[in-house]
Design a protein around this ligand. Sequence first.
Ligand code: NDP
Length: 246
Amino acid sequence: MIDRRVAIVTGASRGIGRAIALRLAADGRHVVLVSRSAGPLSEVRSQIEQAGGAASAEPVDVADAAALGAMVERVGDTLGRVDVLVNNAGITKDGLLLRMSTEDWNAVIQTNLTSAFAAIKAAARPMMKGRWGRIVNIGSTSGVVGNAGQANYAAAKAGLIGLTKSVARELGGKGITCNCVCPGFVETDMTASLPQQVKDGVLNLMAIKRLGAPDDIAAAVAYVTSDAAGFLTGQTLCVDGGLTMC
Ligand code: NDP
């Protein structure tokens, strides 16, 4: 059993998940870094350790629900605790509904939604044992207001909101909170290839006239997973520069 609280962060190799991992490590958590690619994970791990933090890397494809659940259980067994779970890994496979293949629908639901179900199911037991837990699902404003060309992605992200509320109700009595943090437009690999015209259109709709940075989302996750946020559960927190004001 280690002293530091243990936080599992999926999709921690880059972008928003990497920023969340660095922030939680700076806040004193032992961070378990998850993504498919071992190389980038060990770079993030080294960065955390060089800064005096603690981390371990678990290369897992979150679309493989059984492997993901087994990894979370293994972390609970070997480190003796799971305190924080951030379900952040996500993909897009955009396209208009009439042209969207069933494969692209299933891939996005499996990676973005079913993975969260599997990880929460496995993390719930060690959290209940510790009578303290913080679960955060990274949704999207697309899941709140919808987005043309993203039927699969918006459905998965909206599904995360329902999952969040149900888990919050089921586990609240055990000292475990569950919230959904929904980024708006954040500059990462996921949004890098979008045309400037699209970015300008989004900026136009935002109250704060800049695109989001991964650290903006990490700051929200740091609060939601803190001791101070023990009375906050079942919420959908849109961190989007005032894009939706959901
Ligand atoms: P990136 O594409 O930059 O990073 C995605 C991360 O998820 C990577 O670490 C990737 O690692 C990991 N990942 C993807 N698929 C899998 C998989 N099958 N198994 C394990 N890990 C996987 O995305 P962002 O950082 O931009 O997005 C992070 C989250 O925030 C996502 O859930 C996204 O939907 C959400 N979001 C992002 C917004 C934005 O504007 N950027 C807006 C709203 C929501 P690897 O490839 O190494 O496996």
